[in-house]
Design a protein around this ligand. Structure first.
Ligand SMILES: [Zn+2]
Length: 43
């Protein structure tokens, strides 16, 4: 079951919400700069 999580791009600093499936983690891409250097922000 996917939940939404907050992510931050390490390249441009853009923050965004994306679905996050903890049983099947996927690589995320920054919607702004297309970098895949994206970290999940723990809230
Ligand atoms: Zn970015």
């Amino acid at each position: 079951m996917a939940e939404e999580a907050e992510f931050k791009c390490l390249r441009c600093g853009h923050e965004f919400i994306a679905p996050y499936d903890k049983e099947n983690p996927q690589e995320h891409t920054c919607p702004k700069c297309r970098s895949n250097s994206v970290r999940r922000i723990k809230t």
